[in-house]
Write a protein that binds this ligand. Sequence first.
Ligand code: SF4
Length: 347
Amino acid sequence: MNRRMSKPIQFGKVTVGGDAPIVVQSMTKTDTRDVRSTIDQIKELEDCGCELVRMAVPDREAAQAIPAIKRGVSTPIIADIHFDYRLALMALEAGADGLRLNPGNISQPERVTKIVQAAKERGVPIRIGVNAGSLPKPKNPKLGIAEQMVEAALNQIRLLESLDFDLIKVSLKAFDVPTTIDAYQSIAQKTPYPLHIGVTEAGPPRTGIIRSVVGISTLLYQGIGDTIRVSLTAHPREEVIAGYEILKSLNLRQHGPILVSCPSCGRTEVDIIKLAEAVERELLKITKPLKVAVMGCVVNGPGEARDADIGIACGKGRAVLFKKGKKLRTIQEKDFVVALMGEVEEM
Ligand code: SF4
């Protein structure tokens, strides 16, 4: 796939756009004013590889919490601002590494100008975060939702450019996946700025991950997208894990192990579902990109297990353990997870 070349921008130590790796980000779900809980959640996100964290800044107290939160974490922090431009100014003053503004609720040029001047002084990028649920009134009411989203973003982009500001990132999120894809495909051709892609309000993990994968991976496969957020009604850790799985599936990033596990069938003589879930949980602690296989029988088992860095092919009460294509030993069912993880950790 040919990646769309965008203008790189910098959020603290993290580059978004250009040929930088596609960045995985998430958003805290704690009350930002609760500094301790917010730091704890950001640290959990850092532990699973999250590279940028956004926080809601709904009031002055939340903006005032930014310096203390930043002192407790190492990830760049993006302040999510709606309605009140003064909160954006406070967040910049407090050291936010990025801002997200919604043109649907902060669009008055004089207010945007004040924010842009303050961001420019500090070299802090602004995401123009358009959401289908909070669009500004369109000039042309005949436009479809995707076109209205693009128009809203372009209007805000022009305003920022007129102020000689180009540290811009753009997102155009809708719940409807085809609308989201249409909007991003359109804006990708009209601006040089990096794109933050995602499907908004996608739902709980079971359905939200599917909706997000369909939207995000369709765009990524067309070379569109510089940073992703999988929006889920779940702990944000799940968003980060899902984000990396999308990137790994498209061979765009390596992050932690890939688990190959067979779906199991009538041939299986061990509880492969339980075993794969246990191994998946253990693998979350591993950061090295390894291929680990958990296979249910002798049909595809030895082949897949041999092809992996570490693998087991199960039979009745026993399994053959493979490492780098070589048969290591036979292990008993009670030792499956411990033996497999022992070899993984050794690697
Ligand atoms: S590897 Fe064996 S147990 Fe697993 S799905 Fe294939 S045939 Fe069934």
